[in-house]
Design a protein around this ligand. Structure first.
Ligand SMILES: Cc1cc2nc3c(=O)[nH]c(=O)nc-3n(C[C@H](O)[C@H](O)[C@H](O)COP(=O)(O)OP(=O)(O)OC[C@H]3O[C@@H](n4cnc5c(N)ncnc54)[C@H](O)[C@@H]3O)c2cc1C
Length: 499
């Protein structure tokens, strides 16, 4: 009986660590530490993205982030004249202090987007990223910082048929930017509004969309894709202010990305390694990982109620957020994480102005991503990515589902394009409806799971409830990682896609 209880407890612990960051399962022995390969870091010339804005295009994508660029690549690979308008004067804005984890569903989406094109996006991401080898999880005591339990597990390959990679956000963005013809990306073009247009010759309503930019310029399109991120203007116009409320989850996040050799006592992780420390309290955690190219990404979380005084004051003053806006945050965090030496080393190694801080937040669930057929631009405006499903970054799935959106949009719209006929603009509203139907519920599930499973959240203490929570998380993970994008290889032969 005792033996059985112990086995169950081990299984529970194992499941809990494997699910903390949407990570896979499979206990493994340690891999040996090796030297870190620093790969070429030649940056793309920024000035190339200044093509003149055309009067009309088949598809216009508002937002040149990870979602907008991926969608543009997928559509252009299928012969559709897609252009991107980006609000920022620069497309590539350098480091955001963030690394992203590319899980098997993300690679499946990238393969689908890249099909029919010349650039192998998955291989490019892999060439810059770090293949996750060993993931090391420590459960520590909140009072002393002592390690109560430790678990190590490894590759996703056995379960999902693909490995997971970590890559810097800015590098992933640049990989996509390299695959887009520069003349189709228009920077310093902020969408201000859109309206429905009638056909000039037939007078038929809702035949196109007129997009007006902040500086008054206009552009006509058969389809406007709102890929304008968390604070989406397109979402606000489509769904109204009620669906654009910011929902904080009361958890704060500090993060940075810096050269691994900048850590005074050497690397804190092995090559391709992930280190996670649950600090034992509600929502306090440390995450450190190899993000490729000799860079280390780190994250610290705290609940707002446990925040140092200078942070509480900054939140009240509405000055909290962004890169290093406050003097003294490093020493305040050192005090809060005094019992966790790895957190202290991260803080020691990082200049204060390289630490990005944010209140974690999402927005209400939205299932109607497109404009209505009769009113509201005739089904010719649709959302994707963070504009459609902004989520808490606890499961590392925001970009993954955004790339799934891009893959699905490209595959759905492909039949409207042919080499000897103009783009079939009439087919857009129906195609958009099908796209939303296939995507919205799945993304709402991932958004909800990301909200429920915040970093460092303890499992229920009541044993049966604990087991149920574990099983629910495991099944959600199989659904997330196991998603196959159109035409791509199934990343998870053993996981059923229940979306
Ligand atoms: C700390 C952190 C860690 C994360 N880690 C991961 C991870 O490990 N894995 C993962 O999958 N995801 C992760 N994510 C989530 C991921 O960053 C987002 O989900 C992803 O960037 C969404 O892409 P997007 O293109 O929809 O939006 P964005 O990348 O935000 O792009 C939106 C673009 O639209 C532009 N724009 C805005 N308004 C306008 C306008 N009016 N007109 C024209 N352009 C406009 C913006 O300038 C921007 O370039 C993380 C997020 C955070 C905050």
């Amino acid at each position: 009986m005792m033996l059985q209880q112990n086995r169950i407890t081990c299984r529970v612990l194992f499941l809990s660590v494997s699910l903390l960051f949407g990570t896979g399962e499979g206990l493994s022995s340690s891999t040996s530490s090796s030297s870190f390969a620093t790969k070429p870091t030649v940056r793309l010339n920024e000035n190339i993205f200044d093509g003149p804005l055309p009067e009309s295009v088949d598809v216009l994508i508002a937002g040149g982030g990870l979602g907008g660029l991926a969608t543009c690549i997928g559509l252009r690979n299928r012969g559709i004249d897609a252009h991107v308008i980006e609000a920022s004067p620069k497309l590539l804005r350098g480091s955001t202090g963030t690394g992203i984890m590319i899980s098997p569903n993300g690679f499946s989406a990238l393969d689908s987007i890249a099909a029919c094109g010349n650039v192998n996006l998955s291989e490019s991401m892999r060439s810059f990223g770090a293949k996750i080898g060993e993931q090391h999880i420590r459960m520590t005591d909140q009072g002393t910082g002592h390690v109560d339990k430790e678990v190590t597990f490894g590759s996703y390959f056995d379960k999902y048929g693909m490995d997971q990679y970590n890559i810097g956000w800015a590098r992933a963005h640049e990989v996509l930017a390299r695959a887009v013809p520069p003349e189709v990306v228009h920077t310093d073009c902020k969408l201000e509004s859109f309206e429905s247009m009638a056909d000039e010759t037939t007078g038929k309503k809702n035949s196109a969309v007129k997009v007006t930019l902040e500086d008054g310029r206009t552009i006509a399109t058969s389809l406007l894709i709102g890929a304008d991120g968390f604070g989406s203007k397109v979402r606000q116009m489509l769904a109204g202010d009620r669906k654009c409320k910011t929902r904080f989850n009361n958890q704060l996040l500090w993060n940075a990305i810096l050269p691994t050799d900048q850590f005074p006592n050497g690397p804190l992780h092995k090559e391709g390694g992930v280190e996670f420390i649950n600090c034992g309290g509600e929502g306090q955690a440390v995450l450190i990982f190899d993000s490729g190219e000799g860079q280390t990404a780190w994250y610290l979380t705290l609940m707002e109620k446990d925040a140092p005084d200078i942070v509480t004051k900054a939140i009240a003053d509405e000055t909290f957020g962004g890169f290093g806006p406050q003097r003294g945050i490093k020493s305040a965090l050192k005090e809060a994480f005094a019992k966790w030496p790895m957190a202290l080393e991260c803080l020691e190694a990082t200049p204060e102005d390289k630490i990005f801080e944010r209140r974690q937040a999402d927005r209400p669930k939205l299932l109607k991503w497109s404009s209505r057929r009769r009113k509201g631009a005739g089904g010719r405006v649709v959302l994707m990515g963070d504009a459609a499903h902004p989520m808490i970054p606890s499961l590392g799935q925001g970009t993954m589902v955004t790339w799934e959106d891009a893959a699905e949009l490209a595959a759905s719209l492909a039949p409207l394009s042919s080499s000897d006929q103009p783009f079939d603009s009439k087919g857009v509203p129906k195609t958009v409806r099908g796209f939303v139907k296939r995507r919205a519920k799945r993304c709402a599930m991932v958004q909800q799971a990301s909200r429920e499973q915040r970093m460092g959240k303890p499992l229920p203490k009541f044993f049966p409830l604990k087991i149920c929570t574990m099983l629910q998380r495991q099944s959600r993970m199989a659904i997330m990682f196991g998603h196959t994008s159109p035409g791509a290889k199934n990343p998870a032969p053993s996981a059923s896609d229940q979306s």
